[in-house]
Design a protein around this ligand. Structure first.
Ligand SMILES: C[S@@+](CC[C@H](N)C(=O)[O-])C[C@H]1O[C@@H](n2cnc3c(N)ncnc32)[C@H](O)[C@@H]1O
Length: 289
């Protein structure tokens, strides 16, 4: 098949898909190795059957709503590349708002080598970004899922980031022992950041097709979506220095509930930040001790 014929077939397959043109271009480039320039300059080049088969298979998957990011096996977050696939949440632009807010606030605190914990780390997009952008930082990433964990370790390695991984359930208080010395004294932490699962039962029943391919463990935050905010705030605050920062990504309309959780657990100077659409996506506060 010629390049022009394959391009046309992919366009046709994805004609009913939102952003089908962009998705098709990514599939041709990443899966078929056919750059836009080559397609424009050499449309009559003949392609090997195996390449055409791979590209058409990918386009067919995309047509039924399988996420483009899983097809490509990688995605960009904050200008860095992350390997992704089934079993790990795809890094979202929304979460870049969380990373940006955390970076600004940690830098403003001015600690020489800030100690940071990213809870519910998934692909490691937050942990890796903070480790790369905050000089001298000591970053820890905590993740439970055995499917997500290999992506986390791979992404730390491929981005050459200084991040220590801990596998475990963030609701298990014994995980905090990782931050105690032999005498049980805590190594104080400057910032805890988290994008936990936060969808409600209702939202889980109405997922978009693409999101249905992502792991439930990464999405479901208990009936009211707030389970992880309660656990993290109540249990993990013990590690924070006085004035330490706790900063969350939140779901739609969770701002006041998460603010209440923070205030009830002894946090002050509560702040929020929007995502690129203007929706409040970040809530955080400082531990008053
Ligand atoms: C919303 S995803 C966020 C992933 C990543 N931080 C990001 O922003 O793309 C939540 C993550 O929490 C993990 N997780 C769910 N329950 C957990 C638990 N009890 N302890 C630790 N991690 C958990 C999931 O496996 C998933 O990777």
């Amino acid at each position: 098949m010629k390049i022009s014929e394959l391009s046309e077939k992919v366009s046709l397959l994805l004609s009913d898909t939102e952003d089908g043109g962009f998705d098709g271009m990514c599939i041709l480039e990443d899966i078929g190795g056919i750059t836009r320039e080559r397609a424009a300059l050499h449309p009559d080049d003949e392609l090997h059957d195996s390449i055409c088969a791979r590209v058409i298979e990918a386009a067919n998957k995309r047509k039924i709503g399988y996420p483009l990011q899983y097809i490509l096996g990688q995605w960009e977050f904050y200008g860095l590349r992350f390997r992704v696939g089934e079993g790990v949440l795809i890094p979202r632009p929304d979460t870049e708002a969380l990373a940006e807010e955390a970076i600004g606030r940690i830098k403003k605190r001015g600690a020489d080598s800030p100690r940071i914990i990213d809870l519910c780390s998934g692909s490691g997009c937050i942990a890796v970004t903070l480790a790369k952008l905050i000089e001298g930082s000591e970053v820890f990433a905590v993740e439970l899922s055995g499917e997500a964990f290999p992506y986390l370790t791979d992404n730390i390695r491929s981005n050459d980031a200084r991040v220590t991984v801990i596998r475990g359930d963030i609701s298990d208080g014994r995980l905090l022992d990782n931050f105690r010395d032999e005498d049980g004294e805590i190594f104080p932490v400057d910032c805890i950041v988290s994008n936990p699962p936060y969808l409600t039962s209702e939202e889980m029943a109405e997922l978009q097709t693409e999101v249905e391919f992502e792991p439930e463990i990464a999405l479901f935050g208990g009936n009211d979506g707030l389970k992880f905010y309660r656990i993290i705030t109540c249990l993990w605050k013990e590690l924070l220095t006085e004035g330490g920062l706790l900063i969350f990504e939140i779901g739609n309309d969770q701002e006041s509930a998460v603010t209440d959780i923070l205030i009830n657990e002894g946090f002050g100077d509560i702040f929020t930040a929007p995502d690129a659409t203007g929706a409040i996506r970040v809530v955080g506060g400082y531990y008053l001790g």
